[in-house]
Design a protein around this ligand. Structure first.
Ligand code: SF4
Length: 333
């Protein structure tokens, strides 16, 4: 239903705890019949048949979840990332690289034990929402609740505030807001919230390029390797490499960022992309950049690719780099 199509709500009180309402379109055609009961939710019934139960979620729940995730994600490295660091340390042949991976592991342990951030750069708050289309938010503005959650989490967790309100005049907002919010609508009546604080040592090393379709797979491989070479030790390797292929200029960049949220031990269902991820990881780890840029077999922990349909005349490719502090956390409400 498009909001613009609704013209009129007509309410009828049936009982103290129950309100019935009808929704009419601009042409006075009845679109829905609804019942709002004392259970807190309401039911929409299409005039054409079928019902939809709508789940109400108070935005306070979202604020609270964001505040907790801001602190937790900055303190605890995801298990899958920790596991790959451990595996790579076991396989590393360069003694200095092995030693650095050992230090990274003890840094992770120290953060957990002392309840302190994994890194001084506690990142720009990137928030991803998958909102079930049967969810209705109440109690205020959803986006403002997310910003408030960031404010509260960064304040309570003594996390560094790293956001400037204007990219050229550069005055710090003082509370790490605004968050960058990305929304996808999905089926169902739940909300999936992902919080990913993004440090800029690695963000600054990311690139995008509009390749020609004729550049094909080899063009993508060459570009990804060039981006990692250009980055060198700057993004605090071992890195996670998110690659977005296809879509448009903007979608490719968003895909690359979303690719960084995929668990490192999860392989694409499409074996073509699973093979491409493996090939890129092997080639990146042959570059000998190594942990913190001091050489070794472990330049990247993983390569993650997300692809989307694109135009016949284009082949956009974006590479978003994350450092070894590859932080993100997900909750479902
Ligand atoms: S790139 Fe990562 S590890 Fe390096 S300073 Fe930034 S957040 Fe910290």
């Amino acid at each position: 239903m498009k909001r613009a199509e609704i013209n009129e709500f007509v309410f009828h009180r049936n009982a103290p705890s129950e309100v019935r309402f009808d929704i009419f379109s601009k042409k006075r055609k009845k679109m829905f019949r609804g019942i709002h009961g004392k259970g807190g939710g309401f039911m929409l019934q299409w005039e054409s048949g079928g019902t939809k139960s709508v789940r109400r979620i108070h935005v306070e729940e979202i604020r609270e979840a964001i505040a907790q995730m801001a602190i937790h994600s900055n303190t605890f490295l995801p298990q899958d990332v920790e596991q790959v660091i451990k595996n790579r340390k076991a396989e590393e042949t360069d003694s200095r690289a092995k030693d650095i991976l050992e230090k990274i592991e003890s840094n992770v342990r120290l953060s957990e034990e002392e309840n302190i951030p994994l890194c001084q750069d506690t990142g720009l708050a990137c928030v991803f929402l998958k909102i079930g289309q049967e969810v209705c938010f109440e109690g205020g503005n959803l986006y403002e609740a997310i910003h408030q959650g960031v404010r509260d989490g960064y304040e309570k967790g003594f996390l560094r505030k790293s956001v400037v309100e204007d990219p050229l005049r550069r005055k710090n907002t003082g509370d790490n807001t605004p968050a960058h919010i990305h929304v996808d609508m999905v089926e169902g009546n739940q909300v999936e919230l992902t919080f990913a604080p993004k440090g800029f040592g690695s963000e600054n090393m990311s690139q995008i390029k509009m390749l020609s379709p004729a550049d094909g797979e080899q063009g993508v491989i060459d570009f990804v390797l060039q981006v990692v070479k250009d980055a060198g030790g700057n993004p605090c390797p071992p890195i996670v490499v998110g690659v977005g292929i296809g879509g448009t200029f903007d979608l490719a960049a968003l895909l690359a960022k979303k690719a960084l949220l995929i668990p490192l031990d999860q392989k694409p269902e499409d074996s073509y992309y699973a093979d491409l991820e493996n090939l890129l990881l092997k080639k990146i780890n042959e570059l000998n950049i190594g942990p913190q840029g001091f050489g070794g077999d472990t330049t990247a922990l993983a390569v993650k690719i997300l692809a989307a349909p694109t135009h016949i005349a284009g082949l956009p490719v974006a590479v978003n780099i994350n450092c070894h502090v590859s932080r993100h956390e997900k909750v479902i409400i």
